[in-house]
Structure formats: C-alpha cells, structure tokens
Design a protein around this ligand. Structure first.
Ligand code: ADP
Length: 448
C-alpha cells in the first residue's frame, strides 16, 4: 500500500511541476516577445527619423547591434542593407511589413527562418519621401527557447524528481505508519482519534465483524456444550433401563426367579424395553428437528384430524386412569409437516393424562381463524409451579423425576413440541398453577 501511495503522490507532484513549468515558460516567452517588439518599434521610429533627416549618410558608421537595417525605395528596390549585398537582393515590394508600411505608414510581421529554432520580427516605417526603413531582429521561437533552456530545465527537473521522491516516500511512510501500528484486535480504541479519522468506517466495519465472529464463536461453543450435555444425558437415560433389563435377565439365567415372580419380572423387562424404545424414538425425532426438519415434507393436512388420531391412540391410557378425555373443534386445513403436528398433539395429550389425578379430565380443542390454527390442551392435573414453567421445555428436564419415570416419560416430549412449533413459525403458551391443572396453547399459521 505504501508503494501505491508513494507512486500516487509522486505522479501528482511531477504532473503539477511540469504543468507549472510549461505555464511559466509560456508566460515568460510572451512577456519577453512583447518587450522585444516594442523595442524594435521604437528603434525603427528613431532610425526612420535619422534617415529622413540625413538620408543615406545616416548609415555611415552606424552600430545597430542585434538589429538588421534595410532601406527600401517606394518601388520596393533595396537601397541599403547592413548585412547583405543590395545588388543581389530581390524586390521587397511583396514583403508584408513593407506593403503595410507603404499603405498605413507603419507595418509589422514575423517570419520563421530556415531552421524552426528562431523567427524574425520585422518593423517598417514609411519616410516622408515614400521610401521605407525596415528593421528586424531575431527572436527565439518556443522550441528555440526550450533548446536554449535545455540544460537548466533538465537540472530543475532532476532536482524536482529527487525532491518529490524524497517527499513522496516520507509522506507515504507517514500515512502508512499509523495503519501499520493498528492493533486490529481492539479497533474501538481508535474511534475519534487523530490520524485515524479517514479509516473510521473501516475500523467500525472490522469491529462489527469481530463482534459477529465472537457471537458466532459463543454460539458454536454453546451448541457444542448442549450437544455434550445431551449425549451425557442420553447415555445416562439409556443405562438405567438397560441395567434393569440385564439384572432381571441374570436372575432368570441363574434360575433365581420363583414361579410367582416370573410374570411381574417379565412385565418389568417389557416396561423397561418400551421406555428404551420411546427414548430412542424421541432422540431420533429430536435429531431430525435439530437438522431443521429439512428431510420432512410440508403437506396440506388437517390439524383437527391429526389431533383426533393422537387422542384415539391415548384413549386407553386415559380410561386406565378414569380420565374424562374429550376433543372438540372441526376440520382445520393447514400446510404443515403432519408427523410434527402429530408429535405436538400426542405429547401434550400424553402429558395431560400422565400428570393428572385419577378421575380428572383432559379437554382438547382445535380452532381455526383466517390466519391461525390453535390447539388447546387443558387438564385438571397436578400443574406446574411458576418457577419451573420455562425449564420444562428443556431436554430431559422433569419437575418430578420419579413420577415422570413411573409414567414412562423420557423428559424429551416438551422439547420436541417446542421445536416442532418453532419449525412451523408458531407459538406455545402455558398457564398453570400447582394442584389446579395446566393449559398448553399452541398456535401455528395456516400457511407457512
Ligand atoms: P416427560 O417425558 O417427563 O413427560 P416432557 O418434556 O414431556 O417430559 O415434560 C417435562 C416435564 O414437564 C415433565 O416431567 C413434567 O414434570 C412437566 N409436565 C409436562 N406436562 C405437564 C402437565 N400437563 N402437567 C404437569 N406437569 C407437566
């Protein structure tokens, strides 16, 4: 970057310098030309007066310095020239300055010589006798001026090159220094500080990206921790039924089970293996939900019918506890993932039965308005204390562990429900007070 800044400064400096040089040379050239022309005019006027008074005698012993002097008759014939032989000279009638002088009394013109390097200025004055006195002087053209000034110009350019090189590299280093010294891990410390005003937007951008990276990192760490905890919980949850099963199996193996214990022990093995199956099924469901439910298909389905199916499946469990289990509502067409809607209805109804009192009631309703479908599951069970109401949606969180286990709970039902509701961009609300029952209200949009 430093070399880029250096080049830019150097280029600009040289460009400005060359442009100034050209402008100054041009102005000087114009200024000196006009002085020279004026002088030529004055000299010509003076010489004309001299010739008018003394005639050809005026030229005797004349020292005219840089000027060339020519006297031309009214017919254009050269009468005198101080640099050339008049006998060999052409008629001068057609020379513009002579023609103009004959006509107007005074004439001027400029002509290039053979080489382009200089040009000749002419001034001519008509005398009272009709003859014309002409004087001329050589003046350098712009090219001539450049060639003449070649050496000093080269010297000045060289000096300018060296000077702008030194200055450009110093300025470039000065600009780049604070940037190189930046501690980009803490960009905020440079906000509003001198030397850093111009890169303020860059610093803010870096700070924002760092904050984003930090957040992402924290999220990744949090997710890793949750996964770790989840795996630990899963192995713990699986170990318990496995131990029970292998314990009973060992007793059978060693012939230590009395005839009358065979049935209850076999029943326990069955119950534990069912619990394991449910656990594995719930884990599979959660894993699918963790992947965003992408492999599950959105379909047009009826949330009310799906709820009815879940209720039918749980009918036997409800009547085993003498629970009055009712479902109300009417057809509720939605575009959703049917298996997830089933999980929502099943888990909420299952809990409403499991955590109920014998002889209690569970009422389920599915109602639809223009935008949303609302599933409400209300029970008259043990309820949930206010301080536990947020936590019950966490994985493996149970208010009363032994009651949950006794009822065959996995501790994963509500986290599956919450996840499934979120995938449908819906909401879940809980109101409950201990001893009085609980009400879960799920609302999902009819169309995604
Ligand atoms: P579990 O398999 O233990 O039922 P859930 O995730 O479905 O797991 O529920 C978590 C906990 O929330 C349960 O262990 C229970 O303590 C409490 N809970 C859930 N639903 C109800 C309810 N309807 N009434 C009372 N407590 C409930």
């Amino acid at each position: 970057m430093s070399s880029k800044i250096f080049k830019a400064i150097w280029n600009v400096a040289l460009l400005v310098f060359l442009a100034s040089l050209l402008l100054i040379m041009g102005s000087l050239y114009a200024y000196f030309s006009s002085i020279q022309k004026n002088q030529l005019r004055v000299e010509t006027e003076l010489a004309a007066q001299g010739v008018a008074l003394s005639g050809a005698d005026y030229f005797d012993g004349l020292n005219d310095g840089n000027y060339r002097i020519t006297w031309v008759s009214p017919e254009g014939e050269v009468l005198f020239d101080d640099e050339a032989d008049t006998a060999t000279m052409q008629n001068h009638m057609e020379r513009p300055e002579i023609r103009q002088a004959l006509k107007e009394g005074y004439g001027e013109s400029a002509r290039h010589s053979y080489t382009l390097a200089d040009q000749q200025y002419y001034a001519a004055k008509r005398l009272p006798d009709g003859s014309v006195l002409r004087m001329s002087v050589a003046q350098l053209s712009v090219w001539g001026l450049l060639i003449g000034f070649g050496q000093p110009i080269c010297f000045v350019i060289l000096a300018a090159l060296i000077l702008s090189y030194v200055l450009a590299s110093r300025i470039a280093a000065k600009i780049v220094k604070p940037i190189n010294e930046l501690d980009l891990t803490h960009p905020a410390q440079y906000y509003g500080k001198q030397n850093y005003e111009e890169i303020q937007p860059l610093l803010r951008h870096i700070a924002a990206q760092q904050a984003q990276l930090k957040r992402d990192q924290e999220e990744i760490e949090k997710a890793a921790l949750i996964r770790q905890e989840f795996s630990a919980n899963v192995s713990h949850e699986l170990k318990t039924p496995l131990h029970a099963i292998s314990g009973y199996a060992e007793l059978f193996e060693n012939g230590l089970v009395k005839e009358e214990d065979i049935k209850p022990f076999a029943k326990k093995i069955h119950a534990e293996s069912l619990r394991m199956t449910r656990l594995v099924e719930d884990i599979i469901d959660l894993t699918k939900l963790d992947n965003g439910g992408t492999e599950m298909k959105w379909e047009d389905c009826d949330f009310y019918r799906i709820t009815e199916n879940a209720v039918d499946t749980l009918e036997a469990a409800a009547s085993a506890m003498d629970i009055n289990f009712t479902v109300s509502g009417e057809t509720a067409p939605v575009t959703a993932i049917p298996q997830l809607l089933y999980s929502i209805a099943y888990n909420l109804c299952d809990n409403a039965i499991k955590y109920n009192y014998r002889g209690g009631s569970v009422s389920v309703s599915v109602l639809q308005n223009a935008q949303h479908t609302v599933l409400t599951v209300r029970d008259t069970g043990i309820g949930i204390p206010a301080e536990e109401q947020d936590r019950i949606f966490e994985r493996f969180y149970r208010v009363d562990k032994s009651r949950s286990k006794e009822a065959g709970g996995t501790g994963l039902g509500l986290s599956i429900v919450k996840h499934a509701v979120l995938i449908h961009h819906g909401t879940i609300r809980l109101s409950s007070s201990p001893g009085k029952g609980a009400e879960f209200v799920v609302s999902i949009p009819n169309k995604p």
